[in-house]
Design a protein around this ligand. Sequence first.
Ligand code: FE2
Length: 293
Amino acid sequence: MPYQVSPLKAPIGAEVLNLKLQGEIGDEDRSTLRQAWFEHKVLLFRGQTLTFQQQISFTQVFGELEAPVMHLLKYSDGTGQKSSVPPEITIVSNIKENGKAIGQLGHGEAYWHSDSNFIEEPPAGAMLHGIETPPKGGNTSFIDMVSVLETLPPDLRAAIEGRYCKHDPSLSSTGQKRKDYDEVTDVSKSLGPEHPLIRTHPVTKQQILFLGRRANAYIVGLPIDESEDLLDKLWAHTMAQNCVYEHVWQPGDILLWDNRAVMHRRDSFDDSHRRLMHKTVLKGDKPFSAYDA
Ligand SMILES: [Fe+2]
């Protein structure tokens, strides 16, 4: 039986049913899966138990693999990951063994963000495979940034047309300062790249509000107080929209998101429960806007 793509009961996202992920996926199915990913922005696959290698192969259905963030940023303090974990996989977990974290991000809230927005060519997408999930909390939510831009009031849209935002790399999505970076005291001088605030999706050509993350963001060319004020208005508008899918994890779930078209966040959860996820990342390209020649 061919697989089905069933939209979730939410403004974005779809569940893919009756697809065997472990085996070889034919060219036609690869193509329709990619189309479903672009159309729905978030794809859910339930009841899966993929090995590291199977997850890597399945991720490649959607494009070329990107190195995990700790390699992109060349962390000097190590990742805690065991040597048995392939370099293409990031362990996202609060689990500690012998007092040492085996993965990233702990149990705290992860604020709204796009993955690795602070590099020149941010990832096109990411895949998270839930292995162990807590009974409560740790939900992952996605917000449709195409829809957020479409509902942006005209004055706000006019204020950002053709403008760029600087994306600071010094903080993780849980707000922890990365060890190799100094604290940012002047957001206009952070080390991150400048990306257009309104970007064009390279495949769908849709226009997207590209905020990246709020902390240490700066709209290039504005006095800092004006940049802060405009960013606050953009974020207030974004947070007031309900174009969100909130995923309640079960072991065996896989989520794939289009990192260009959505932002995501994670709830905190009780650290006495274990949460273990395997993450893979897809290579992206340099964000561009309709203003670029
Ligand atoms: Fe993330």
